[in-house]
Ligand binder design. Structure first.
Ligand code: SF4
Ligand code: SF4
Length: 104
């Protein structure tokens, strides 16, 4: 698994650089986030959860979302909407209330 950062959407807040437990993300000269060592990302999704503009997507394996699929997160208060986007354009939304997350 690995992430992709949409540089057009990134506002350079730096939150993802602080959230990554592997220190894998940095801000470049244009104040846009970029991953330093893509193959070292283990897909923990910490960077995605702190991004205020949903600029980070996680590529999913073919056995999870289908080849070429990616997942992003959009937050709505305590609700996390995990959105799986497939190359066909189809999207699946999985909503989790983060206050209840430890119940599962
Ligand atoms: S998914 Fe986790 S390991 Fe990968 S870049 Fe984001 S915070 Fe770092
Ligand atoms: S958290 Fe999102 S907006 Fe902030 S620097 Fe990272 S990718 Fe850019």
């Amino acid at each position: 698994m690995s992430i992709q950062i949409d540089k057009k959407t990134c506002i350079g807040c730096g939150r993802c650089t602080e959230a990554c437990p592997g220190n894998l993300i940095r801000l470049n000269e244009e104040k846009k986030a970029e991953i330093r060592i893509l193959e070292d990302c283990w897909g923990c999704t910490s960077c995605m959860k702190v991004c205020p503009v949903s600029a980070i997507s996680l590529f999913l394996g073919a056995d999870i979302g289908g080849a070429g699929s990616a997942m992003r997160i959009e937050k709505d208060g305590d609700l996390y909407n995990w959105i799986v986007h497939r190359p066909s354009g189809e999207e699946t939304v999985i909503t989790v209330n983060r206050k209840n997350a430890n119940q599962y």
